[in-house]
Design a protein around this ligand. Structure first.
Ligand SMILES: [Zn+2]
Length: 261
């Protein structure tokens, strides 16, 4: 009976949304507004574990985040899609962590780890990562991955994920993995398709904020070099391939139009 209820709930809640820019269809088993509410809680508890830093670099992260978030808001306003950012309450923090990592949860909660700073190098590099991570969030890749993961991982345990339970708080490791936070369960990678979308949107956002999008190529070259030596969480969650730089080059003219405006 419970199972039946779950299936019915699923049918009612499944929605197909489209990714801005690319127009691709997405599978969505959970409402974005629910994810935003639970992200607020997850972000708070993350910051308890990783207290936000207050120094020159953290100010830089906040400043770049602010600039890019303004650009993102303008972008969706121009596209008449302001609804995409409904419930967003931006927050940008740098935390002390050796992992090469950064992420943005649904709702605009961003974290950079100090481990990524040697690769971002300066404000421009931070802007590349900021644009990319925010793009994953506003294109709802985390939500989409969570939806797919719910189907893949739950199997017979579908009931554990009954949507009534998910209402207020999705605290599962799966949700954290879906946003790239990384958990002890391992790391879930964004798909190549998601990476392409985040690269494409990310360089538009950074360009609109006044950052030269050509820096994305330099950043990804540095990232590739840094991962040659071994563990690199960012590279694991954001898999690359030989075509990444070619793909970014292909999208650069589109982003440059926003940069030169
Ligand atoms: Zn990515």
């Amino acid at each position: 009976m419970k199972k039946l209820f779950f299936l019915f709930s699923l049918i009612f809640i499944i929605s197909c949304s489209n990714v801005a820019v690319t127009g691709r269809n997405q599978l969505m088993l959970v409402e974005e507004s629910q994810l935003i509410v639970s992200s607020e809680e997850q972000y708070k508890s993350f910051l308890k574990e990783y207290p936000p830093l207050d120094n020159r670099n953290s100010k830089l992260v906040k400043e770049v985040g602010k600039n890019i978030s303004i650009a993102v808001e303008q972008y969706f306003k121009d596209e008449n899609q302001e609804g995409i950012l409904q419930g967003y309450n931006w927050e940008f923090n740098l935390v002390d962590g050796k992992d090469i990592n950064a992420w943005c949860m649904p709702g605009g909660k961003v974290a950079f780890y100090t481990g990524i700073l040697p690769i971002t190098k300066d404000e421009l590099g931070i802007a590349v990562v900021m644009g990319h991570e925010i793009a994953h969030a506003v294109a709802r890749h985390g939500s989409e991955r969570l939806s797919h993961q719910m189907i893949v991982e739950t199997g017979a345990n579908l009931l554990n994920y009954s949507l009534s339970n998910m209402g207020g708080s999705i605290s599962s490791d799966i949700a954290l993995q879906a946003y790239g936070v990384g958990t002890n369960l391992g790391i879930l990678s964004y798909s190549r398709k998601h990476e392409l979308e985040a690269d494409r949107l990310g360089i538009i956002f950074m360009a609109m904020a006044g950052y030269d999008p050509r820096e994305a190529i330099e950043f990804w070259k540095r990232m590739a070099m840094s991962s040659e030596g071994g563990e690199n969480e960012f590279f694991s969650t954001h898999p690359s391939n030989n075509h990444r730089i070619e793909d970014i080059e292909k999208y650069l003219p589109e982003a440059m139009k926003y940069y030169n405006k």
